[in-house]
Design a protein around this ligand. Structure first.
Ligand code: NAD
Length: 290
C-alpha cells in the first residue's frame, strides 16, 4: 500500500518503520523528527498524502490533529482512508471523521496501547472506531504494527475505549504505589508484598507487568530511575480527557477525578514532569498522612 504517515515521534517513527520494513511505501511528514531508514521524507503535506491509500496520523493532541486534518483531508484522493492513531478527545475524533466522510474519505480513530516498546516490537493493541469496510482495509497494517485489534463501534468508540482503559491504569497505578508506601511503613518486605499481591485479588497490570518498585517483578521504568516509559504528563493528559468525557455524558467517575487531581499536582506542582507515571511511588514514600 501507499501510506502517508504524519507525526514520527516516539510512537510514530517505530510504527512507520515497521510498515516500511514489511514492504509498504511510506511517505513521512514531521517538521522536526528524523526519518527512520526506508521512510521517504515528504517536504509538504501534499507530497505526503495525495497518492496515499491510507494516511496515518500519530500526533500529540486533538488541537494539532484538527489542524492537520483540515490541511490534509482536501488533498487526499476520494476513497482513501484517514486513520488517526493519536490519543485525543472523543469529540475531536468524531469531528475529524465527519469532515473526512464529507470529503468522500473513510475515517478510523485507532488509538493504541503498548507504549514505545510495543510500537518498536509491533505488539500494540489497537482500539478502533469507524466503519467495518475501513477497518477491513487497514487490518493488514494493524497486523504489522500490533498484536491485537478490536473494532469497538462507530467513530469515537476507539477513543472512548482508550480513555476508559487509561483511567483504570492511572487509578490502579496510584493504588499500587500508595499500597507499597503503606507496606513500607508497616515493615513489610517489598518482594513479599509483590509475591502476594501479584497472585492475589489486588493484582493488576500496574503491579504485575509494570511494578513501580525498583528491583521487584519484571524490568520496568522503576529499574531505570523512572525514566519514561509512559510519562506522567501523558497520563495526566489521558486522565483529563476521561474527565472531559465524563462531564460531557454526565458520568460519575470519582476515582478518575481524584487520579487526575493527583497527577496534576505531581506534574504541575511537584517533580513529576519528565518522569515515568510510576514515579508516584517515590512521591508517596516522602509523604505523611493528610
Ligand atoms: P511525540 O511528541 O514523541 O510525537 C509527536 C510527533 O508529532 C512529533 O515528532 C512532532 O514533531 C509531530 N508533529 C507535531 N505537529 C505536527 C504537524 N503539524 N505535522 C506533522 N507532525 C507534527 O509523541 P508520542 O509519544 O509519539 O505520542 C503520540 C500520540 O500517541 C499521543 O497522542 C500520545 O498520547 C499517544 N500515545 C503515546 C504513548 C507513549 O508511550 N508515548 C502510548 C500510547 C499512546
Amino acid at each position: 500500500m501507499k501510506i502517508g504517515f504524519i507525526g514520527l515521534g516516539h510512537m510514530g517513527a517505530p510504527m512507520a518503520a515497521n510498515l516500511a520494513r514489511s514492504g509498504h511505501q511510506v511517505r513521512g511528514l514531521d517538521p522536526v523528527a528524523p526519518m527512520p531508514d526506508a521512510i521517504l521524507r515528504a517536504e509538504t503535506a501534499r507530497d505526503a498524502v495525495t497518492e496515499a491509500d491510507v494516511v496515518i496520523t500519530m500526533l500529540p493532541n486533538g488541537e494539532i490533529l484538527r489542524a492537520v486534518a483540515a490541511e490534509i483531508i482536501p488533498l487526499m484522493r476520494p476513497g482513501a482512508i484517514f486513520c488517526d492513531c493519536s490519543t485525543v478527545d472523543v469529540a475531536t475524533a468524531r469531528a475529524v471523521a465527519l469532515q473526512a466522510e464529507a470529503a468522500g474519505l473513510q475515517a478510523l480513530d485507532a488509538p493504541v496501547s503498548g507504549g514505545i516498546t510495543g510500537a518498536a516490537a509491533g505488539t500494540l493493541t489497537f482500539m478502533i472506531g469507524g466503519p467495518q469496510t475501513a477497518f477491513d482495509a487497514v487490518l493488514p497494517l494493524f497486523e504489522i504494527m500490533g498484536q491485537k485489534w478490536v473494532l469497538c463501534g462507530e467513530s469515537g468508540a476507539g477513543q472512548s475505549a482508550k480513555i476508559c482503559n487509561n483511567m483504570i491504569l492511572g487509578v490502579t497505578m496510584i493504588a499500587t504505589c500508595e499500597a507499597f508506601a503503606l507496606a513500607d511503613k508497616l515493615g513489610l518486605d517489598r518482594g513479599k508484598m509483590f509475591d502476594v499481591v501479584s497472585t492475589s485479588s489486588g493484582s493488576s497490570w500496574s503491579m504485575n507487568s509494570y511494578c513501580p518498585a525498583p528491583g521487584i517483578g519484571p524490568t520496568s521504568p522503576a529499574d531505570n530511575g523512572y525514566t519514561p516509559g509512559f510519562a506522567a504528563e501523558l497520563m495526566l493528559k489521558d486522565l483529563r480527557l476521561s474527565q472531559q468525557a465524563a462531564r460531557e455524558v454526565d458520568a460519575d467517575t470519582p476515582m478518575g477525578k481524584l487520579a487526575a487531581l493527583l497527577y496534576g499536582t505531581f506534574v504541575e506542582e511537584e517533580d513529576g514532569r519528565g518522569r515515568d507515571f510510576s514515579a508516584m511511588l517515590p512521591r508517596f514514600e516522602k509523604r505523611h498522612r493528610v
